[in-house]
Design a protein around this ligand. Structure first.
Ligand code: SF4
Length: 227
């Protein structure tokens, strides 16, 4: 077991320092070139890999270039065009609904407030945070996905379980200028080393400060279960 720093604030700064060093170029891994494309990609990425989303959106973004085009398409056609994405039928409905609301209420543009974004179908706080950060450069919170949840808990940064509660907890300890990169750094580390099933603690740059480190700790603080 590694030894975490005395306070969660110090622990988070140490984790950030080391991960900035380890993943200097990390950023969002979804492909997009407009705000609308980003919104669509993030909606499609719920419970689906970014790689799969990027495969599908390559053609999708050629075909649908405006909110009107999503609004005017039939759900069946949209579902076919995003086939291969998890829950493609429901997400086709979201895309059409999003297109309709953007046209009716926002002149076809992607809004820049948390409340307007979360009023769109298929858009929760996590999706809205990603869109605000990467489309509008507005950082209102911390994106908590499955990697951020798992690593924050393993590293002793939070004991909360629900994404919204984890976000609030983290916002109290992560320096505000790092809110956006915190997510990308933890996602990169979650993919490369601290994977869900078999984290490579022996080769982890955080091992000596991680209270879940497998070498000595018997417990994975994320699941609360023995390794
Ligand atoms: S890989 Fe192991 S040591 Fe590194 S952060 Fe994950 S649980 Fe901790």
């Amino acid at each position: 077991m590694g030894t975490p720093l005395d306070s969660r604030e110090e622990q988070v700064v140490e984790v950030l320092d080391r991960l900035y060093e380890e993943y200097p170029d990390t950023d969002i891994s979804l492909d997009f070139s407009t705000r609308l494309e980003l919104l669509v990609a993030v909606v499609l990425s719920a419970q689906c890999t970014d790689e799969r989303v990027n495969d599908v959106t390559e053609d999708l973004f050629e075909k649908y270039r405006s909110a009107e085009e999503y609004a005017d398409a039939s759900e069946e056609e949209l579902a076919e065009d995003i086939y291969g994405i998890t829950f493609h039928n429901s997400k086709a409905g979201y895309l059409k609904g999003i297109g309709e609301i953007l046209v009716a209420e926002h002149d076809g543009e992607v809004p820049d407030t948390m409340s307007a974004l979360t009023d769109l179908p298929g858009v929760g706080r996590k999706t809205a945070n990603v869109v605000l950060q990467h489309a509008h450069d507005v950082v209102e919170g911390i994106v908590v996905d499955t990697h951020v949840r798992r690593l924050s808990r393993r590293l002793g940064l939070t004991e909360e379980e629900r994404p919204e509660a984890i976000e609030t907890d983290l916002m109290g300890i992560v320096p505000e200028e790092d809110w956006r990169m915190f997510t990308h750094l933890l996602i990169s580390h979650g993919r490369a080393t601290c994977t869900a099933r078999n984290p490579d603690c022996a080769d982890c740059v955080l091992a000596d400060v991680c209270p879940s480190e497998k070498g000595d700790s018997e417990i994975d603080l994320d699941s609360g279960e023995p390794w």
